[in-house]
Each structure stands twice: as C-alpha cells, then as structure tokens.
Design a protein. Structure first.
Length: 440
C-alpha cells in the first residue's frame, strides 16, 4: 500500500466522520432491549429520562490526537491527591499493603504491583459478547502522574478511529507496572485484546500483573451485599454515592445516537466511566487495608456484623492457605465471635483448632475441641471428641470415646463415617480393657 493511498484513505475517513447525518441509526429492536435491561437495574436514578442531560455534537473537552495509526480523540482530567471520591482520598492508595493484595489474589505479581505506576482500566462497549462487531468506543485509563492522578479517556468519534485509539491504549498499558480493573480479566481485557489483534497491534497484557478487584471482593464479602457489582461495593465499602448515574446498558445507545447526529447522553457515559476508574483506586486502597479494620462488634448494626464476620472468615481461610497459622488463629477467632449461624461458627472453630495444632498451642486447642465435641451429634463432633480423648491425657477419655462412637453412629451417611467408627471402636475396646484392669 503506497503512502499516497494511505493519505487518501485518511481524508475519506475524515469526510465520513463529518457526514454524521448519514450514519446508521440504532435498530429499534436493540433500543427496546437496552431499555428493558436498564429498567431492571436496581437503585439507579434515571439519568436517561432527563432531557436536560442530553447534548448534541461532540462531547466537550475532547482533544484530537494522532499517532502512526491515524487520528482519534481523548479527554484528559487531572485530580489532586487529596481529591475525595466517596469517603476516601485518592492518595490513600499509598498506604495499601501490597502483600495483602498477594494474599487476597494468590498472585505474587499482584503483590509486587506498584499502585502509582499501574493503570486503572475501565471500558464502555457496544455489547457484552465480544467479536469483531463489538466496539470499545470509550476506554478510561487512570494513572498517577507525579502527585496527581490523570484520567485519560480515549474516545471513538467514528469506527474508523479504532486502530489509532487502541494503539495509544496499548502504549499506555505497556508503559505501566500492571493493570487494576473490576471484572477486567474476564471482560475488559479480552475485548481490548481481540480488537488489538484484529488491527495488528500486539496486546500488552500478558507481561503485566493484573489486579482484578472483583474476585477478592467476592471472596471477602460473598453474600453480604445484594450483589457484587462495582456500584454496590463502592457504595458499601468506600461511601461512593452516584447522582443520576447513567446505567451502563444505555452507553451503546448514547454512542449510536452521537454517530447518527441525534441528541445523546455521552457526557453521562464519560462521567460514569470516570467514576468507575476513580472507584478502582479507592476500592484497591480498601483491599490493601482490610486486615486493619476493627474487631467485629455485637451491636445492633447486624449488617456491619455480617460484613466483619465474612471478612474475618475469608482472611482466616486465606492465611490457612498461606500456612500463616498464627494469623489464621487470630482471624478465625474474630470470625467465630460474630458468626451468624452454626455452620459458619463450626467452620471457624475447626479452622482455629487446626491452626492452634500447627502452632503447638495445645492448651487452647483442648478448649476448642471440648466445645466442638459437644456441638452436635454428628461425625464432625465425633472427630473432635476422638481427638480430645486420644491427644490429651484426660480422666474422662473413656467418656469422650463413647461420645465419639455415639455421634458417629448417628451420622452413618457422612463420608468416612464407617472407617472412622471402626477406628473409634478399637480405641474404645482398648480403653475399656484398661479401665477393667485398673478396677481389678
């Protein structure tokens, strides 16, 4: 392809962008589907129903950019480190414990991620399924530039600018220490990778750490909130309240309206994307300090108690996976103190018992086994009673073995019950023989 031809192609693309009145309108069937999806959104102020929010023409603050792949547009905003998003300031990210990030994700690369050299990624697309027809028409990339936080939002004024905008995205990600996103490993990353490969751009993701906040948040707070969406977590954990936020399902319609020259809500899409990126910073800061929060309380705030119990239990499991037994003891004890039901309480008591055993803290473990042995008449209690009888020199060992036998007999369907019962009966026979000899 000659250079002259490339110049002509650029001119044609520029003319095509100017002829906005000739663009294809969003199909009515798709409009109806998007509207139905938005109506089902929970707790959302209907920004899409306010005609005062609509505008015509290009969104404000766009600057034209150019690289070897062509032209595109972008908006850049800068925020001071003291800028407050919800209840948090952006600079609080500096206090995040990165080793805790590693524990939460099981990924050493995330533990080495420098939050001030990372990019905070969120995209707006024309669909969720991917494929060649899906466009990432707005890409938000946040990063710290010196002390201030810079939000770069690459925007497609037309499909013909896709290659140039994606090339800039790739370069910005390549210059970072890694990526922070929310559900980005499953969605944002793959949408960008697919389109980059389509345009012959090498995706920069494989060589970089990727801290996806969705998974540790689910691990810490599973079942605590109504759902695990970013809007819910940012509100509950970071105090972010959005005013008349545009549902993400309306973003495609806003872009298609813009392409067709109609009044559109793209300013609200830019705002939604901005808030998403800022929430990535504050939510990452929250995850870097979840081990510093106060003890679960037994007050009247049952929602807070459930949250702290869930957080403590998740950390106990994670520290057990890390074989950090002393930390596991502490967090399982905190979780047990505010466990909502018997199942959660028993799990934490058993985990605490195993951790105490690994730490060699026998006296504390004996107290826990005593509690577990009388928790319920099932195989788990039988195992606790058996461990109590065989591990510690106790005068009531025979009574404990009989309790273990009785509990195991009442839970015959449990996995391993039959083999365990044989083992208990052998120990019980020996204990009875020893007791008979002492009496004689």
């Amino acid at each position: 392809m000659s250079e002259d031809f490339q110049d002509r192609l650029r001119r044609l693309r520029k003319e095509q962008r100017a002829a906005s009145s000739e663009r294809v309108a969003l199909p009515e069937t798709l409009r109806a589907r998007l509207a139905a999806r938005a109506r089902s959104s929970e707790g959302v102020e209907p920004a899409h129903q306010d005609p005062e929010l609509a505008s015509v023409g290009e969104p404000t603050g766009l600057a034209e950019a150019r690289n070897a792949a062509g032209e595109f547009a972008a908006r850049v905003q800068r925020f001071e480190p003291s800028f407050r998003h919800g209840a948090r300031e952006l600079r609080e990210i500096d206090a995040a414990d990165r080793d805790l990030w590693r524990v939460l994700t099981g990924d050493a690369a995330v533990g080495a991620l420098d939050p001030r050299r990372a990019v905070y990624l969120d995209i707006e697309t024309t669909g969720l399924s991917g494929g060649a027809g899906t466009k990432a028409f707005l890409v938000g990339l946040g990063r710290f530039d010196g002390e201030r936080f810079e939000l770069w939002q690459g925007f497609l004024r037309g499909p013909e600018e896709e290659r140039a905008m994606l090339r800039e995205c790739a370069e910005r990600i390549e210059a970072s220490s890694g990526i922070v996103s929310f559900f980005g490993k499953a969605f944002d990353r793959h949408r960008l990778e697919d389109k980059m490969r389509f345009h012959g751009i090498r995706p920069p993701f494989d060589e970089r750490a990727h801290f996806d906040l969705y998974h540790p948040c689910r691990r810490l707070y599973a079942g605590v909130f109504v759902n695990s969406k970013l809007a819910t977590l940012e509100r509950e954990l970071c105090g972010v309240e959005r005013d008349r936020d545009l549902p993400g399902s309306f973003a495609p319609a806003a872009w298609y309206d813009f392409l067709a020259g109609r009044a559109h809500l793209l300013e609200q899409v830019f705002r939604h994307n901005r808030d998403d990126v800022l929430s990535l910073v504050t939510l990452a800061a929250h995850l870097g300090e979840v081990h510093r929060a106060g003890d679960p309380s037994g007050g009247l705030d049952t929602a807070l108690v459930r949250r702290e119990a869930s957080r403590s239990a998740a950390l106990a499991r994670l520290y057990a996976r890390e074989r950090r037994w002393s930390d596991c003891v502490d967090w399982s004890r905190r979780a047990a103190a505010s466990a909502a039901g018997d199942d959660g309480l028993r799990e934490m008591l058993e985990l605490q018992s195993a951790a105490l055993d690994a730490c060699g803290r026998a006296d504390e473990r004996e107290e826990l086994l005593e509690r577990l042995a009388r928790f319920a008449e099932d195989l788990q209690s039988a195992r606790a009673a058996f461990g109590l009888a065989t591990t510690f020199s106790r005068a009531d060992s025979l009574d404990l073995l009989e309790l273990a036998e009785r509990c195991a007999e009442r839970d015959p369907a449990a996995r391993g019950s039959e083999a365990f019962l044989r083992r208990v009966r052998k120990s019980l026979a020996r204990a009875r023989t020893s007791a008979a000899r002492r009496e004689s």
